[in-house]
Structures are given as structure tokens and as C-alpha cells.
Design a binder for this molecule. Structure first.
Ligand code: FAD
Length: 386
């Protein structure tokens, strides 16, 4: 096999990096995953994710992890309610029977991000993940690379794969093509013990998801299995505001003041998100890459997932990241390329074509989600899916 006897370094232990590590390890490859988090418990993992038959679930099937997935998916979490600014429901699936048939092409079962990460981590050989390894720089070393980490450690690899997400530090070694601000900004967070800390909203989600849309603004809520409520606001903000919003996002009062002003035409039902002390906020401006981006493939360095093709959330990012992992694994281990460089070139060509199409669709969807008539846009979108 092409990458046999090569030391492979994957930087980033998110869905893309962990899925790839599992797939390569199944074929006996020598893989290490370098992850910046101190350990697997370090970071609160974000919202519930729906996995799709031809991408996220395809990766789990290839990784032999469907049986584990079936133990941890959240039946009923797929049920969506669409509301307006006053929390009045205009569409709801909350009385639908919970999803049971996970093998149908049309099912989109949900799993919380934490349990998804756990099931991927548990599938790896012990000591595959080197925690507390925040990547800092790459230096050429013969046919391979030395990886330098912020904690002062170094490692050698013949092949480096960047899976370090939206704020990637490795991408610049592959291409100078920079990301573009999409015009959309998210304030994301999590309310712990939501039944107590945000009882009205917790009841409204009823174990599923809320999409609230009104006049170019949106709030998305997802109930998580461990009792917390994950949320994000979506607004259109100009780049000046994004670069210096003048808000301390660790101050609940400052974020609530911003919300009351920016969402002044929304009812007080939503204030529960910002009033509890048992929560946090993260400011996430949303970027994408130019469609049609391409670069000269390298013989020993490539990237996948958000590092290669992030978009504002359209419900597909994790799925695309996991599909990248399958396709890179197939290029390296299943298809019959003569060199690793040829395998990387083939993988990148296909990934770039697919991700260009996905980027166009994601930007169109987010445009509709934040349009002046966004409530009607969402109602039409979900009615068409039925
Ligand atoms: C608010 C929000 C909601 C979303 N909702 C959905 C959804 O419903 N469905 C969906 O499919 N997608 C969704 N997405 C998109 C999805 O989160 C991403 O597309 C997906 O996580 C990309 O996976 P990844 O593995 O490429 O990157 P990430 O998940 O970002 O993982 C990157 C990993 O690399 C690590 N890392 C970062 N920098 C370094 C470094 N310097 N050194 C070492 N390690 C590093 C990180 O700690 C992390 O573990 C959403 C995104 C946002 C922001």
C-alpha cells in the first residue's frame, strides 16, 4: 500500500481528523493525531449534528462504526420547529414519531458532537492522539516535515494532513488563497442544565431543534442529550463590526445589551439565552473560500474539512469533512496510484470540485436564512423537504 511504512501526522482531532485516523488505522497505517486540547474532556462540544447517508454516515459505515453510532444517536432530536420573533411556531415536527430507520437513504439521524467525538476517539489505538499539541509551524526535513508545537515539542512525519478547522494554521503551507468574510456572524454558546436555567426555551425545543427567523436575523437552538441547550444567533454584520465589536463576550451583561439592541423587534422569550450565569458565548464570524479555488498538489502535505473549505453553517460541514476523510483514505489505501503525490492530487481535485458546489449551495441557503422574508423562506424550505 502507498502510505505503508510512512509516518502520517494528522493535525486536528475534529470529525475530519479522527475519521481519517480511524480509516487509515484500519489498514494498519502509522498515524498520529496532534490535537491542541489538553485532553478529551477539555472543550465543551457544540450542537447536535445530523449525519447524511452519502457523507457522514458513509464515513461511519466505512469505519465500521455504525453499530456504535446506533447506540449513541438521539432519536427525536431531528424534530424541527420553526418560529417567528415572538416564539410562535409556524411549523413543527415535534409530534412526529422519533426516527428509527437509520439505514434509509433519506434518514438524517442526529448525534451530539461530544458523543460523536467520543466514539471516534474510542475507535483508535491507544496513544494515537497526542493531546496538548497546538501546532505552530512546519519545517522541511528531507522528504518529510518536522512539526513544531507551541509547547516546545517537535515530531517528524513523512506525510502531514491538516484537519485543524476553520482557523487553520497549516493551510498557508499549501496555498496563499485566503478566506473571505461571508457577511454573516454568529454568537454561539451553550446553556447548562437548561431545564432549570432556560425553562421556557428548553420546553419549546422539546428535545429537538428550533429555527427562529424574522427579518434578516435568526436564532438556532438544539437540545442536547446531557440536558444543555446549544444556541447561536445569526446576523449580517459588516467587517468593521466583526473586527472590533466593542463587546466583551465573557460578560453576560454586555452580550445581553447587544442582543436587546440588535434583536429589539424580538420578544423577551429569547432573553433566557443571555440571562443565566451557567452559559458561555463565542463570537464566530463566518468565512468561506472562493469557489473554484485550486492549488498545485504537494507530495507530502494536504488538508481536508473546514481547513480546506469552510462555509457558514448550512447543516453539511461535518458531513463534508467526514466525506473528505473517506475520499483521502480511498486515494491512499484503496485506489492504485503510483505515488502519494498522485493520490493527493486526485483527492484534492475531487474535493475541490465537490466543495465548490457545496459552498455555492451553503451561501445561497444562508442568504435565504437571513433574507428580509426569512421566515417564509424557511417554511418553504422545510415544506419542500417533506
Ligand atoms: C455554530 C455552528 C453550527 C454548525 N452546525 C453544523 C451542523 O448542524 N451540521 C454540520 O454538518 N456542520 C455544522 N457546522 C460546521 C461544522 O462544525 C464544521 O464544518 C466541522 O466541525 C468541520 O470539521 P473539521 O474536523 O474540519 O474541523 P473542526 O471540527 O473545527 O476540528 C478541528 C480540530 O482541530 C483542532 N485544532 C485547531 N487548531 C489546532 C492547532 N493549531 N493545533 C492542533 N489542533 C488544532 C481543534 O481543537 C479541533 O479539535 C456548524 C458550525 C458552526 C460554527
Amino acid at each position: 500500500m502507498l502510505a505503508e511504512n510512512k509516518q502520517i501526522a494528522i493535525v486536528g482531532g475534529g470529525p475530519a481528523g479522527l475519521t481519517l485516523a480511524r480509516l487509515l488505522q484500519q489498514k494498519g497505517m502509522q498515524v498520529k493525531v496532534y490535537e491542541r486540547d489538553a485532553d478529551r474532556y477539555f472543550r465543551q462540544q457544540g450542537a447536535t449534528l445530523d449525519l447524511h447517508y452519502g457523507s457522514g454516515l458513509k464515513a461511519l459505515r466505512a469505519a465500521g462504526l455504525m453499530a456504535e453510532f446506533k447506540k449513541h444517536y438521539r432519536a427525536g432530536a431531528e424534530r424541527v420547529t420553526i418560529t417567528d420573533n415572538n416564539a410562535v411556531a409556524h411549523y413543527t415536527e415535534s409530534h412526529n414519531a422519533p426516527l428509527e430507520d437509520l439505514d434509509s437513504e433519506h434518514s438524517r439521524p442526529e448525534i451530539d458532537r461530544g458523543p460523536l467525538r467520543d466514539l471516534l476517539i474510542n475507535s483508535l489505538n491507544e496513544d494515537t492522539i497526542i493531546w496538548n499539541s497546538k501546532f505552530a509551524a512546519l519545517e522541511k526535513n528531507g522528504e518529510g516535515w518536522n512539526l513544531l508545537f507551541e509547547n516546545g515539542t517537535t515530531a517528524y512525519a513523512d506525510l502531514v494532513i491538516a484537519a485543524d478547522g476553520a482557523n487553520t494554521k497549516i493551510r498557508k503551507y499549501i496555498t496563499a488563497i485566503d478566506r473571505i468574510y461571508s457577511g454573516t456572524t454568529i454568537i454561539e454558546g451553550n446553556i447548562y442544565n437548561a431545564a432549570v436555567n432556560a425553562p421556557g426555551l428548553w420546553k419549546m425545543t422539546n428535545g429537538g431543534k428550533i429555527f427562529a427567523h424574522w427579518k434578516s436575523k435568526a436564532i438556532v437552538l438544539s437540545a442536547k442529550g446531557e440536558g444543555s441547550l446549544s444556541f447561536y444567533t445569526m446576523t449580517k454584520e459588516n467587517e468593521d463590526w466583526v473586527n472590533s465589536p466593542g463587546i466583551n463576550f465573557s460578560s453576560k451583561e454586555e452580550v445581553l445589551n447587544w442582543f436587546k439592541q440588535r434583536f429589539s423587534d424580538w420578544s423577551a422569550d429569547w432573553h433566557e439565552i443571555f440571562e443565566t450565569d451557567d452559559s458561555y458565548f463565542v463570537h464566530r464570524p463566518q468565512y468561506s473560500f472562493p469557489t473554484g479555488q485550486s492549488w498545485e498538489p504537494l507530495p507530502n502535505l494536504t488538508m481536508l474539512g473546514d481547513a480546506a473549505h469552510q462555509t457558514p453553517p448550512s447543516g453539511d460541514g461535518v458531513n463534508q469533512a467526514m466525506l473528505d476523510a473517506v475520499e483521502l483514505y480511498e486515494a491512499l489505501c484503496i485506489e492504485n496510484f503510483g505515488t502519494v503525490e498522485e493520490a493527493i492530487a486526485s483527492f484534492e481535485k475531487s474535493m475541490l470540485k465537490r466543495s465548490s458546489e457545496v459552498t455555492v449551495e451553503a451561501l445561497q441557503l444562508v442568504d435565504g436564512m437571513l433574507s428580509e422574508n426569512n421566515l417564509q423562506f424557511m417554511l418553504d424550505f422545510f415544506n419542500e423537504l417533506r
